[in-house]
Design a protein around this ligand. Structure first.
Ligand code: NDP
Length: 241
């Protein structure tokens, strides 16, 4: 039987490209999303990938959503924690709501999604978890203390869980994209974006498919010796040690 993969935020942007890439590799894919029903329905219709709506910031909703995927497709062998949001503001103007919402969706979601699937992966002796971090979790970004903290936290979670699960056939890795051409980046004002592209040595934004290719490799059997790693894909904008 083909392996089952859950991709959070799998209906738009990077997650959409990941879901499509994993389907093309023959996995049975479930794409989660948070609220945009129209985009999700259009994605399901065009890709044939089933979509599931739940809030990854809510533990009980994750447990229920994963149970539904298990019923429909089988137990998750692969989990891609991709869903994420930004709520940018300088810290001196940031509200507690902006801080909490980003930590909840971008960081707490890793616990909420991974906790319900990890016991099954351990019992079966195989699993792949890929967490989408960000260049801004590696280098920090002005106006994004919330996001930078959450995305740095993603890397810490990845390193710790990798050690816990290595002997159980489960690898846990992070991918840290640079600026990728999705709705999230389209929200950046044009002048700011021009300045960002000027700092990218390859001279362009990344494509969602280029991040999906990283994930497809990390979940493959060929990547069994890679765990606890952060794969940086940012066009040379920040070369992490
Ligand atoms: P998009 O905004 O294009 O898509 C986000 C996806 O996440 C959507 O499917 C959205 O669902 C889903 N989502 C958001 N909140 C929730 C929630 N609470 N519960 C479930 N699903 C949710 O984002 P990107 O594709 O640009 O980003 C994907 C990931 O990559 C994020 O973690 C982001 O931080 C990271 N990243 C992105 C970069 C970029 O340049 N784009 C750079 C570095 C990292 P819905 O459609 O229902 O809103």
């Amino acid at each position: 039987m083909a392996r089952v993969a859950i991709v959070t935020g799998g209906t738009r942007g990077i997650g959409r490209a990941i879901a499509l890439a994993l389907k093309a590799k023959g996995y049975r894919v479930a794409a989660n999303y948070g609220g945009n029903d129209e985009a999700a329905q259009a994605f399901q219709a065009e890709s044939g990938i089933p979509v599931y709506k739940w809030d990854v910031g809510d533990y009980d909703a994750c447990v229920a959503g994963i149970a539904q995927v298990t019923k429909d497709l089988g137990e998750a062998d692969i989990l891609v924690n991709n869903a994420g949001i930004t709520r940018d503001a300088m810290l001196h103007k940031m509200t507690p709501e902006q801080w909490n919402e980003v930590i909840r969706v971008d960081l707490n979601s890793l616990f909420n999604m991974t906790r319900p699937v990890i016991e099954g992966m351990r019992a079966r002796g195989w699993g792949r978890i890929v967490n989408i971090s960000s260049i801004n979790g590696q280098k920090g970004q002005m106006g994004q203390t919330n996001y930078s903290a959450a995305k740095a936290g993603v890397i810490g979670f990845t390193k710790a869980l990798a050690q816990e699960t290595a002997r159980k056939g489960i690898t846990v890795n992070a991918v840290a994209p640079g600026y990728i051409d999705t709705d999230m980046v389209a929200a950046v004002p044009e002048k700011v974006l021009e300045g960002i592209i000027a700092q990218i040595p390859v001279g362009r934004l990344g494509k969602a498919e280029e991040i999906a290719a990283c994930v497809a490799f990390l979940v493959s059997d060929a990547a069994a010796f890679i765990t606890g790693a952060t794969l940086t894909a940012n066009g040379g904008q920040y070369i992490a040690g």
